[in-house]
Design a protein around this ligand. Structure first.
Ligand code: ARG
Length: 477
């Protein structure tokens, strides 16, 4: 049973059932470092305002630093009877340094305290995740540099559609992830305001220096409204929404790795370090890591839904419901960070099977668009050109041929504009090179896109050779 920290009002102890139901320390002890950092900033500010003496502040700061050390070493015992991380740390402090420990909470409430802790924690987590995304992007850039000359089918509806360069496909993954990074950075920017000073909901009578605590904690400014400061968790929704988007992107990349490593595709061979065997089928090499990356997306989407539903309809300001924000936020970051690491490893170490990719270009009439474009370039309206080409394809299907095997007579039966040059148009390398627009798969466009990605990473201080060393990534294949 707890000695209630807010004791005087209560004659009876909290029931064991209620305590078990409401204690959160098992989960929120992850906020310990942020909690102590926030407390130190708060008490130093109290001293600067003469609310506590310098000696009192020093005793409290030193006590907190000692506790921080124990937490880092894993020697502090957490007590569920003390409910949460805040009360555990404060009660331990008072045990150690005596009643002066009780002055730490002057002009503060757990409501602005926990809101501050969550902002500090999530801000760091955003930075960590952004760094992991950058590492994945660096791997894509490294592998992409060796994948410019590798042609593969591009797909729509998972049907072979038009040829592209493997590097172009890897760069598409990079763009998806870079936007996720941007969304996280954006959420971080908006969350970077300090709730301290809002106290329970309506501020405090003590002459706090809110700008001082905000800047000591590297926040851009104090939050403008005390009710809002303790009463919202939209900053968590934003961050986890960005993570959910990222997880969905990762699931799509993972799915392509699963498909590509199947015998049906054979585009990629994953290394043993990221595949597993079967307990019954000796021949199997399963892409479990990519499958798990795909599967874990559900958790992150669930985390976002948990947060949104937890907040929906809550009146201002703080409500205990909000304690339920922590598990989904921690889980979403843990899951996405791990998934980024695992897929970075998969892509860094996979072998791309250039021959299989090229072989896949032979079937599926990936040159059909070239025929339609060839006619359209000679003045035949595109819709008609499309129709004519469709008839040629259909004839090939009937006769078991590819377009290049169709004799010129057969072409001319469909349209008299056809001449020998149509066969040059069917060359897939040339077809890719004709797609020479910014953002397209022509060699010089892909090279430019790779250079642009590398300089984007460079501007963020990402060292490609360091990433190559730590992941083992080499230019594909
Ligand atoms: N553990 C609580 C939470 O995470 C801290 C705030 C508690 N505030 C209160 N008024 N009971 O939300």
């Amino acid at each position: 049973m707890s000695d209630k920290a807010w004791g005087g009002r209560f004659d009876e102890q909290l029931s064991d059932t209620a305590l078990r139901y409401s204690a959160s320390v098992d989960i929120d002890k992850r906020l310990a470092a942020q909690d102590i950092r926030g407390s130190i900033a708060h008490v130093e500010m109290l001293a600067s305002r003469g609310v506590v003496t310098d000696d009192e502040a020093r005793a409290i700061v030193e006590g907190l630093q000692a506790i921080a050390m124990e937490i880092a070493q894993g020697t502090l015992t957490w007590d569920a009877a003390r409910e949460d991380v805040h009360m555990n740390i404060e009660a331990t402090l008072t045990e150690r340094i005596g009643p002066v420990g009780g002055k730490l909470h002057t002009g503060r409430s757990r409501n602005d305290q926990v809101a501050t802790d969550m902002r500090l924690w999530t801000r760091e987590a955003c930075d960590r995740t952004c760094a992991r995304i950058d590492r994945f992007l660096a791997v894509l850039a490294i592998r992409g540099r060796g994948a410019v000359e590798i042609l593969m089918p591009g797909y729509t509806h998972l049907q072979r559609a038009q040829p592209v360069r493997l590097a172009h496909h890897l760069l598409a993954w990079a763009e998806m992830l870079d936007r996720d990074r941007g969304r996280l950075a954006d959420a971080r920017r908006r969350m970077n305001e300090c709730p301290l000073g809002a106290a329970a909901l309506a501020g405090t009578t003590f002459p706090l220096d809110r700008a001082m605590t905000a800047s000591a904690l590297d926040f851009d400014r104090p939050m403008r409204n005390s009710l809002d400061a303790v009463g919202d968790r939209d900053f968590l929704v934003e961050a986890v929404a960005a993570l959910a988007n990222c997880a969905v992107h990762l699931s799509r990349i993972a799915e392509e790795l699963v498909l590509w490593s199947s015998q049906e595709f054979g585009f990629v061979t994953m290394t043993d370090a990221f595949t597993t065997g079967s307990s019954i089928m000796p021949q199997k090499k399963n892409p479990d890591m990519a499958e798990l990356a795909r599967g874990k997306t559900g958790r992150v989407v669930g985390d976002l839904v948990s947060l949104l539903v937890m907040l929906k309809g809550l009146p201002l300001a703080y409500n205990r419901d909000m304690q339920e924000d922590k598990a989904p936020v921690f889980d979403a970051f843990d899951t996405v960070e791990d998934t980024l690491d695992v897929l970075t490893g998969c892509v860094a170490s996979a072998r791309f099977e250039a021959d299989r990719m090229r072989a896949a270009l032979r079937e599926g009439f990936l040159d059909a668009t070239e025929v339609a474009d060839w006619l359209a370039a000679r003045g035949i309206p595109f819709r008609e050109a499309h129709h004519i080409t469709g008839r040629l394809v259909s004839r090939c299907v009937r006769e078991g041929l590819v377009l290049a095997e169709l004799p010129l007579d057969a072409w001319r039966e469909e349209h008299e504009a056809f001449d020998e040059t149509i066969f040059e148009a069917l060359d897939l390398e040339a077809a890719v090179e004709r797609r020479d627009l910014p953002g397209g798969p022509a060699r010089r466009r892909v090279r430019a896109a790779l250079d642009e990605l590398v300089s984007r990473l460079d501007a963020r201080g990402v060292q490609l050779d360091e990433v190559a060393r730590s992941t083992g990534a080499e230019a594909a294949p």
